[in-house]
Design a protein around this ligand. Structure first.
Ligand SMILES: [Zn+2]
Length: 145
């Protein structure tokens, strides 16, 4: 079976059959067949229904002990957690950052808590925040050697 690449891409991004059908014009039955062929599990109902950034984010995260959060939503082919809002795709870390700080992050958003892949809004940091922390450490403990 030949699988349309545009449909396959949306399937990998975690969209529902209905949403993909709407976006691509492919019949929902066809989308379902592709999904089975690609071995992608059905998207839980309501997975993409959150209307606010907060609810969209919350629906795709799992709280862990220590205030950490694990991403349970879609990931890109490179394994980066991703979420669509409006017409744009954001990394989960970026979205977490905006939710927490109310501004666009500068540079890469990375968890500052030491847990790989953590997307807890309270734990993510952008480059200026890391720089500031490094400077503070340097001022208190001296430059790292
Ligand atoms: Zn964390």
């Amino acid at each position: 079976m030949k699988i349309r690449t545009d449909v396959a891409e949306l399937l990998h991004q975690g969209h529902t059959n209905r949403a993909i059908s709407r976006a691509t014009g492919a019949a929902p039955k066809t989308v379902a067949r592709y999904r089975r062929a690609l071995g992608i599990p059905p998207t839980p109902l309501g997975h993409f229904t959150g209307s606010t950034p907060e609810s969209r984010f919350a629906a795709r995260t799992e709280a862990l002990p220590g205030g950490h959060m694990r991403w349970t939503g879609a990931v890109t082919s490179r394994g980066t957690p991703t979420v669509k809002y409006g017409q744009r795709h954001f990394t989960a870390g970026r979205m977490a950052f905006v939710l927490r700080w109310g501004r666009e992050p500068v540079g890469h958003v990375l968890p500052g808590c030491g847990m790989t892949g953590c997307v807890a809004p309270d734990h993510v940091e952008d480059q200026p925040m890391r720089d500031r922390l490094n400077k503070t450490f340097a001022a208190i403990f001296g430059e790292a050697s």
